[in-house]
Design a protein around this ligand. Sequence first.
Ligand SMILES: [Zn+2]
Ligand SMILES: [Zn+2]
Length: 194
Amino acid sequence: MTGINLKCSCGAVTGTANAEKPSSGSRIICCCSDCQAFAAYLGREKDILDEFGGTEIYQCTPSQIFIEQGHDNLQSMRLTKKGLLRWHTSCCNTPVGNTVKAGLPFVGLIHSFIDAYPTERDNILGPVKMAIQIQDAIGTPTYEHQAEKFPFGLTAGLVKNILVWKIQGKHKPNAFFSKDGRPIVKPIIAHKQA
Ligand SMILES: [Zn+2]
Ligand SMILES: [Zn+2]
């Protein structure tokens, strides 16, 4: 099976993301202020965000992700009470990914947890499709493909994928939620800085 290695910055947490073909998921860059706030919360803006404040994310399913070592170092947080469940490592504050809830077959895997050069990411995961939420970008973004908010076509594609993934049962196995549907660690609720 083709996959890509996962590793936090200090190496305590490792794993694999299976990606049999590039269409197993899709890569985007999110410039939203929440993703920027998450990087700031972890004190990692410099190495997580690109020059326009974007975070590169691989949208895939929980069933593709295997944590091999360092499970105990996974920590979760929400920027607001109902916000996305954002995962990072407690050993070295590496952003891992974003999830919604146990039953939803979706993980937005963050590039910082992917142990591969950009060219390898392109080859295995496919090219970045688009930068979204550019209304929150820093400066004047000049991505090849970019859009404000969540463009309809991209959102519709993701919703369709999620429905298919749900039918295929790809929310399981799930490294982030226990069998009863609860996050494996209780999320910290951070208050979003203005
Ligand atoms: Zn670490
Ligand atoms: Zn975002």
